[in-house]
Structures are given as C-alpha cells and as structure tokens.
Design a protein around this ligand. Structure first.
Ligand code: TRP
Length: 335
C-alpha cells in the first residue's frame, strides 16, 4: 500500500531560532524517523528569493538550515531531504498551475494583501515593491506540494490559507484535465508549543525577539538572561503561568521537571537562578547538535552530497508526475 505522504518546506531566509526548533524542526525531525510515513522536507530557496536579493544571504541560509536539520538528526534514509531549486520540474509545474490559478483567488492571499495595505497606508502606489513572485507565491507552493502528490502538509497557521489555495488550484486543474493531483490537507499541530520570545510575544524574526538555536554557549546564556521578567525579588512567590521563563522551560522539560519548576516558582526562586537553570536545560538538549552543526558548516561538501541524494530520489517522482501533467494538458513528452 502507498505510504502516507507528508511534505513541508522551509524558506531559506534567516537563522533558525528556538521558536522554529520547538514549533517546527523538533517535531519534523522526530517524524522523519517514523517509517510508517513518508516524510518530504525541502529547502524552499525559490521562495527565499522572493524576499531576498542578497545572493550571499540566500547561499548562506541554505547551508545553515540544511546543516541545522542534519545536525538535529534528520533521518535522510527514511525521509527525503532536498533543495527546491534542484528539482526543475517544480518551476515547470508552477507555470502550468499559474494557468489554472484564478487571479481573483491570489488577490486574497494574506501576505500579498498585507503588502498592498502597507503601501496604501504609506500613501504609496498599492503595488509598490510587489513582485510577481510575491503575488504568485501560493502557486509555487502548490507546485511544491503537487509534484510529489503529498497528502498532508504540516504548516504554521499563517500558511494554512496557502494550502487551501493549493486545493482550489488542484480542483480546477483536475476539473479540466482529469484527476491528476491529490488534494492536500494543511495540518496544524496544536500540541506543539508556540514559543515566546525575549519580550514575551511570540518568538519571531519580525519582532526581533529571538534566541538563535545554535549560538555559542556564552551567547545563549546571555540571551536567556535577557528574557523579560517582572520585578519580584528572590523569596517572593512568582506566577509560572505569567512567565516567559517558565513557558520556555516547559517547552524543553519533562512534565516532572515542569511540576518541579512550578513548585520553585511558588517558593520564590530568584529570576537569576531560574534563568540559569533554563540555560542548563536548553543547553543540555542542544549542545551535542550544536557541535555537529559546527562540524557540518566546516564540511559543506557533505551537506551538499546529502542534498544531492535527496534530489535524485525526489526527481524520480517529479519527472513521472510532469510526464503525466504534460500529457494531460496536450503538451507532449520532453525531448
Ligand atoms: N511558505 C512556507 C513558509 O514560509 C514554506 C513553503 C514553501 C512550504 N513551499 C511549501 C510549506 C510547501 C509547505 C509546503 O513557511
């Protein structure tokens, strides 16, 4: 029987932070070891160039993100790990889908609408600085998903709309050309923590409140010390449910450790001590991977070879799917 196919992309901009780790990378790495499902993970570098015109940044971020996932133990025998730009069938399919995607549907994409809104508020032309890449972003995402006939697409809340748009595009295509594409489903896992950042809001690059996942031990300790707390003194009882320090603790601790820390909050643990314990807890979990990460950054050839193997496996499926699609729309097989 065909295995359940789960696929997700990681846009290669920026440095992974603890929020990405807890919310996306850690669960995905665990899932990669489950032989009952077929996991597909890819570096979405064609999506990255929508936001970044800095080639060095795109290159660097691809390497860092690939090294991060590998260092954390992604099982590349079981899961298929590749780079979007190594699969030429994806942009090929993206164009074909562009011809099935309703412009009116794309007009409603949140990311695009937000960009227009920002222009209007600034008194600028509504389309100022908006590329066709940004506008067509959901179509490329649909191509990512359909090219491997993925069933489930684990994403953050902000991406659910894009997966729904992909379903819509698939339905239109299938209506015209016969049932070629599987209708994908967005999967939002409510059980994984949305980590809070230094200022107590959701940890996010756009809030500049992040703690980088693999910064040095010394800097990690410093970052944790910057987490905002209140002015309660040592000895005064503190409310764990109102504390970012405790919320982050819980994302890394066992349930028993969480209960223990709750008790210490009630007993008036000093903020400095709570933070120092938090540092130890996080560092114990990530230190071995940090070491491996540094080794991988020093050996980009190895990272490259992993991605190549992944791309070869992935392309076998992509080529077949594109043959089917080309045939369905009346364009013959490739030369
Ligand atoms: N747009 C997604 C994000 O920024 C990344 C992504 C690209 C993706 N293509 C995808 C996710 C396909 C799921 C499926 O998070």
């Amino acid at each position: 029987m065909e295995k359940h196919r789960v696929l997700t992309g990681i846009t290669t901009t920026g440095v992974p932070h603890l929020g990405n780790y807890v919310g996306a990378i850690r669960p995905a790495v665990r899932a990669s070891r489950d032989s009952a499902i077929e996991s597909w993970f890819f570096l979405a570098d064609y999506h990255a160039i929508i936001k970044s015109t800095n080639p060095e940044q795109v290159r660097r971020s691809s390497l860092e993100i690939a090294a991060t996932w590998l260092a954390l133990g992604l099982d590349t025998e079981n899961a298929i790990f590749y780079r979007q730009s190594d699969i030429p069938e994806i942009p090929e399919l993206s164009w074909i889908l562009t011809c099935s995607a309703a412009k009116g549907l794309m007009n409603r994409a949140h990311a695009y609408k937000a960009a227009v809104q920002a222009n209007v508020e600034a008194g600028a032309d509504p389309d100022f600085g908006i590329s066709m890449g940004l506008f067509s972003y959901p179509v490329l995402m649909a191509a990512d998903i359909f090219v491997f006939n993925a069933h489930d697409v684990p994403v953050g809340r902000d991406q659910v709309q894009h997966v729904e748009m992909a379903r819509d595009i698939a339905q239109r295509f299938n209506h015209h050309f016969g049932k070629v594409f599987t209708l994908p489903r967005a999967v939002v896992d409510d059980s994984v923590a949305v980590l809070r950042g230094l200022d107590g809001r959701k940890m996010s690059k756009s809030y500049e409140n992040t703690i980088p996942l693999f910064e040095s031990e010394k800097r990690l300790r410093k970052s944790i010390n910057k987490i905002k707390t209140n002015l309660l003194e040592p000895g005064q009882a503190k409310d764990p449910d109102d504390s970012t320090v405790f919320q982050v603790w819980e994302a890394f601790s066992t349930p028993e450790q969480a209960t223990g820390m709750r008790r210490q909050f009630a007993d008036g643990i000093a903020w400095g001590e709570a933070k120092s314990k938090l540092f130890e807890l996080i560092n114990d979990e990530i230190a071995p991977s940090r070491k491996r990460y540094e080794q991988l950054l020093a050996d980009p050839g190895f990272v490259e070879s992993e991605l190549r193997l992944g791309a070869e496996r992935a392309r076998r499926h992509a080529v077949k799917l594109l043959d089917q699609v080309r045939n369905a729309i009346g364009i013959g097989p490739r030369l």
